[in-house]
Design a protein around this ligand. Structure first.
Ligand SMILES: Nc1ncnc2c1ncn2[C@@H]1O[C@H](COP(=O)(O)OP(=O)(O)OP(=O)(O)O)[C@@H](O)[C@H]1O
Ligand SMILES: [Mg+2]
Length: 160
């Protein structure tokens, strides 16, 4: 535990929560800025040798939470969480976690039309079934400051 005077003089860390459908371009964007993101798909791959395995979600999100805590305890200036985070329930825990560490919690919303997500999804190695994308799009609730984010930004459009 750092003394209170040290903590108060440190810059406020940022926790950036990605929000967007599969194929929206979240991971590509993070790669393009060279961010060392914590990704639920990368954790799935590490734990189950399969980044699509949805049967181990409890372990995946426990591991993601553990990794986020490590970065927040290390007071890294910015931590990106790469997951779809489509509904408030998915996001609530990250907001609480960020608050616990005095972080500024931001949503980075990939506001990409469903048809574009479908086309990009179809053109990559790991294809999410189209009916799953339809279900996810129907459930989607846009992130808002009302739910607790310090800021909600839409990701700048890159390409078509
Ligand atoms: N701005 C863009 N313009 C054109 N193609 C893009 C753009 N962003 C991503 N793509 C392509 O779309 C596909 C999906 O992108 P990506 O894997 O980054 O999506 P994602 O949001 O991380 O999806 P998931 O939630 O399933 O991980 C990739 O093949 C990627 O190359
Ligand atoms: Mg991704």
């Amino acid at each position: 535990m750092l003394p209170a005077t040290t903590v108060s003089s440190l810059p406020v860390p940022r926790l950036v929560v990605m929000v967007g459908l599969p194929g929206a371009g979240k991971s590509s964007y993070l790669r393009s800025i060279g961010a060392q993101a914590i990704s639920s798909d990368a954790v799935r791959l590490m734990l189950a040798d399969d980044e699509t395995d949805q049967t181990i979600n409890g372990r995946v999100f426990a591991t993601v939470t553990y990794l986020l805590r490590q970065r927040l305890e290390l007071r890294r200036p910015v931590t990106y969480l790469d997951a779809t985070n489509l509904v408030r329930r998915d996001r609530r825990g990250w907001l609480q976690l960020g608050r616990e560490y005095g972080a500024r919690v931001e949503a980075l919303w990939f506001d990409v039309p469903l048809e574009v997500c479908k086309a990009r999804n179809a053109g990559r190695g790991r294809v999410v079934p189209e009916w799953v994308l339809d279900l996810m799009a129907a459930r989607f609730v846009p992130p808002s400051e009302a739910e607790g984010f310090d800021e909600v930004r839409k990701c700048p459009a890159r390409g078509k």
